[in-house]
Design a binder for this molecule. Structure first.
Ligand code: ZN
Length: 406
C-alpha cells in the first residue's frame, strides 16, 4: 500500500489532520504508524527524514519501503484513529534550504567550472556535502561556482516541481540523466538546473538566503565539498564572527588585523622560546657542576642524586648526558609530576656499572618502562608520592650493591 506523498506538492504544510490506518512493529522493535497521506518526509535521496508529533507521540524517524509505504516511527503508542500531526518546521526548512542549495551549487560548479556532481548528502546538523568528479585536476578554486550560485539566489528564481513520463526525458535538459523510470519528478530552478528529485525544496532561490562552501576534502578522484546555506549559514557567520571579534579583542586590535597580530606574537614567542632554551642549557650545566661537587662517595663510586618536580624527561636526559662524562660519577635523577615518575641514569664508563641495568632495577620497583645503554638510560612509570620520597634512599642502596660488585 503506497502512501500519498503530499509533501511533494506542498512542502510548506507543517500541520495536518492525520488519519491512522495501521500500526506496525519494526524488525528492531520500534513502533510505527501508517497514514494514507503524509506531509512527513521519509529518509531518502540523500535527504534526512522529518521529525515532529502525532498527537502526544513524538515522530522520531520516518522511513519509506520499496512499496512506497511511509512508516512514522513513534516513541509511544498512538491509539486514536485521527490526530493532529505537526512537523518540526526549523529542521524541515533547514533541509529544504540545503537541498535547494545543493541543486543550485551543483549546477553552478558544473556551469562555471565544468565540475560534475556525482553524489550529494543533505545534512541538517553538519555541513551538507557534494562529491565532485575532479579526476587528476590539481587544486581547483571553487569561488566562481560559489559566486554564480549566490548570484542565482539574488535573482530569486522560481523553483518548480512537476512530473513527466519517461518518454519525455529527452525534452528536459537534465544536469544528470534520471536513474528512475515511469513517472519522473523534475525539480527545476527556472532556466538553470533540471534534476530528477523526490526531495522537498524552497519555492524560490531567494529562500536559500546564501550558500557558502566551508571545506573541501580530496578523496581519490573526487573532491568532497562541504557547504552550508540559509539559517545554518547565518548561525555559522554569527558564531565565527563572535569568535573572531573575541580574538581581536584579546589582541587589542580589529578583526582585519588579527593575521598581523598573530604573526607578531608568533615571532615574539619563538624568540622567547629560543632564549628559554639557552637559559635551560645554562641551568643544566650549573646543576651538573653542583651535583658533581656534592657527590656521595660509596666505595670507588661518586654518587650524584637529584629529585625534581615537574621536570620534562628531556631535561633529565640533558643533565644525565653531561654527568656521564664526569670520571667516577654515577647519577640517578628523578622527577615527579604527582602521578608519573621520570628517571634518568648516567654512569661514567670508568665506574664499570651499567646505567641500563640500574634503571631496570629502579623501574622494577614501580612497574615502569624504559632502558638505554651502559652509560645513559631513561624511563618512567606511574608512582606514588611515597615511592618518589623513597627514591634517594633506594638510590644509595642500589649503588652500595653495585660498589660491592665492582
Ligand atoms: Zn535533489
Amino acid at each position: 500500500m503506497s502512501t500519498e506523498l503530499a509533501y511533494l506538492t506542498n512542502p510548506f504544510c507543517f500541520e495536518f489532520d492525520a488519519e491512522i490506518i495501521a500500526r506496525v512493529t519494526l524488525s528492531d522493535g520500534r513502533r510505527g504508524v501508517i497514514l494514507p497521506k503524509t506531509f512527513f518526509f521519509p529518509t531518502g535521496g540523500g535527504q534526512e527524514h522529518d521529525t515532529g508529533a502525532l498527537g502526544d507521540a513524538r515522530v522520531i524517524d520516518v522511513t519509506i519501503d520499496d512499496a512506497g509505504t511511509v512508516v512514522h516511527v513513534v516513541d509511544r503508542d498512538v491509539t486514536a484513529t485521527r490526530t493532529r500531526a505537526t512537523i518540526d518546521r526549523a529542521r524541515r526548512f533547514a533541509s529544504m534550504q540545503h537541498h535547494s542549495a545543493q541543486h543550485l551549487l551543483s549546477h553552478a560548479l558544473d556551469d562555471a567550472l565544468k565540475l560534475e556532481t556525482v553524489s550529494a548528502n543533505i545534512n541538517i546538523d553538519n555541513p551538507s556535502t557534494i562529491d565532485l568528479a575532479v579526476g587528476a585536476r590539481g587544486d581547483v578554486d571553487l569561488t566562481p561556482g560559489e559566486n554564480l550560485a549566490n548570484a542565482l539566489i539574488y535573482e530569486d528564481r522560481p523553483i518548480k516541481s512537476y512530473f513527466i513520463s519517461d518518454d519525455q526525458i529527452a525534452t528536459i535538459p537534465f544536469r544528470r540523466p534520471p536513474k528512475v523510470s515511469g513517472q519522473i519528478r523534475v525539480v527545476e530552478i527556472e532556466g538553470a538546473d533540471y534534476s530528477a528529485c523526490g526531495g522537498t525544496h524552497c519555492t524560490r532561490t531567494g529562500m536559500i538566503g546564501v550558500v557558502k562552501i566551508v571545506k573541501t576534502e580530496r578523496r581519490a578522484e573526487k573532491l568532497r565539498v562541504h557547504f552550508i546555506a540559509g539559517q545554518r549559514a547565518l548561525e555559522y557567520f554569527q558564531n565565527v564572527h563572535a569568535i573572531v571579534t573575541q580574538i581581536a579583542r584579546q589582541f587589542d586590535t580589529n578583526p582585519e588585523a588579527i593575521g598581523e597580530a598573530v604573526e607578531k606574537q608568533r615571532d615574539a614567542l619563538r624568540a622567547a622560546q629560543k632564549e628559554l632554551e639557552e637559559f635551560k642549557a645554562e641551568r643544566v650545566t650549573l646543576e651538573a657542576q653542583r651535583l658533581v661537587a656534592s657527590t656521595q662517595v660509596i666505595g670507588s663510586i661518586k654518587l650524584a642524586t637529584a629529585t625534581f618536580r615537574h621536570r620534562a624527561p628531556q631535561e633529565l636526559r640533558a643533565l644525565a648526558t653531561l654527568l656521564q662524562n664526569e670520571p667516577g660519577v654515577i647519577a640517578l635523577l628523578a622527577s615527579y609530576d604527582g602521578a608519573k615518575l621520570s628517571l634518568a641514569v648516567a654512569c661514567a664508563s670508568d665506574t664499570g656499572v651499567s646505567a641500563n641495568e640500574l634503571i631496570r632495577q629502579q623501574l622494577a620497583d614501580i612497574g615502569g618502562r624504559g632502558g638505554g645503554d651502559a652509560q645513559l638510560a631513561q624511563g618512567g612509570g606511574a608512582a606514588s608520592e611515597a615511592q618518589f620520597q623513597a627514591f634517594g634512599a633506594r638510590a644509595v642502596e642500589l649503588i652500595r650493591v653495585s660498589a660491592n660488585r665492582v
